[in-house]
Design a protein. Structure first.
Length: 316
């Protein structure tokens, strides 16, 4: 497959992953009576169970290809990219709303691009500056809109929500960078199997969350609420964690880190779309401007990654 074909396939995988990951921002609103710790435990217990079922037929073969270093990496990635990230994200959504949380996490292209700018083969940072400027302007628009919107909760709650969202951003930046680099090293393990192995590890870690999740801040819920909680946990596990992660890992193998970082903007756009539908409203002018700036930022980043024709010397 040619380099251009790889780029377009990677972009398609990134858009699809963003559409599925956007559901993650809506889930805390669907089960708002449960704590963030309970949501993380429920989601990742389901993720671990589904991943174990899918990987069981070839587990022995896969386990033989994973050494101690790979298992340590999976434990680290599972903790920071799944457990910690989702606890912080769910808390941010509950305290600050979908729009603010999705836009703060939308800074990921900026943080990933800055980290990946020194990687071998990366596009020079100066060629990415227009994209970074457009994305930052778009994020600033919605951040201003979200933090100053009437009825969005008191200032203290919004501030704590903002801090949780920033923590989620830091956690997922670390995960995305390290995971992308591990995927680049793997030769005998597919991106899909790596994602499922991450799910098994995350499920094992989620088992440790069950007791504190049931004790810390937990209230009483009826059978209907628990049924909705189980359905949301299973849905997010299948569509976001299993399918979405597989698409993201495939994208990470096809695109350079600087371009892969830009793809997370589609998660932001879809999260905003789902949020508007949930709130039954149209976006404000500031939100429309921000979305336009984000799309323009992605477009300029794609342009920066296009191969440039060689410059011919005079007389050639």
């Amino acid at each position: 497959m040619s380099g251009i074909s790889n780029i377009w396939l990677g972009i398609a995988c990134g858009v699809a992953a963003g559409a599925l990951w956007g559901l993650v921002f809506l889930a805390p609103e669907l089960v708002s009576e449960f704590t963030a710790l309970q949501m993380a435990a429920g989601r990742y217990l389901a993720y671990g169970a589904f991943a174990a079922l899918l990987i069981a037929p070839r587990w022995r073969s896969l386990a033989g290809k994973l050494g101690a270093a790979e298992w340590r990496a999976l434990a680290w990635l599972s903790l920071f990219g799944n457990i910690l990230y989702y606890v912080l994200l769910a808390s941010a959504v509950q305290l600050g709303g979908v729009a603010m949380t999705s836009l703060v996490v939308g800074f990921l292209p900026v943080t990933m691009t800055l980290v990946g700018a020194r990687d071998h083969g990366a596009v020079p940072l100066k060629r990415l500056l227009p994209s970074l400027a457009l994305c930052t302007a778009g994020i600033a628009c919605i951040a201003w809109q979200s933090l100053n919107a009437p009825g969005a909760g008191d200032g203290g709650e919004r501030l704590i929500g903002l801090l949780c969202a920033l923590g989620a951003l830091a956690s997922w930046t670390a995960y995305a960078v390290v995971n992308s680099r591990w995927l680049g090293r793997l030769t005998e393990v597919s991106a899909h199997d790596w994602s499922l192995a991450t799910g098994v590890m995350t499920g094992a870690q989620a088992l440790l969350l069950v007791v504190p999740a049931m004790l810390i801040g937990a209230g009483s819920h009826d059978a209907q609420a628990w049924g909705r909680f189980a359905a949301v946990s299973a849905g997010v596990a299948i569509f976001a964690s299993i399918v979405g992660n597989a698409l993201w890992n495939r994208m990470s193998q096809l695109l350079p880190l600087t371009l892969a970082g830009q793809m997370i903007l589609f998660e932001t756009l879809f999260a905003l779309l789902y949020g508007f539908i949930w709130e039954q409203r149209l976006p404000t002018r500031l939100e429309v401007a921000a979305i336009a700036l984000v799309i323009a930022g992605v477009a300029t980043c794609l342009s920066a990654h296009r191969p440039r024709a060689p410059t011919l010397a005079p007389g050639e």
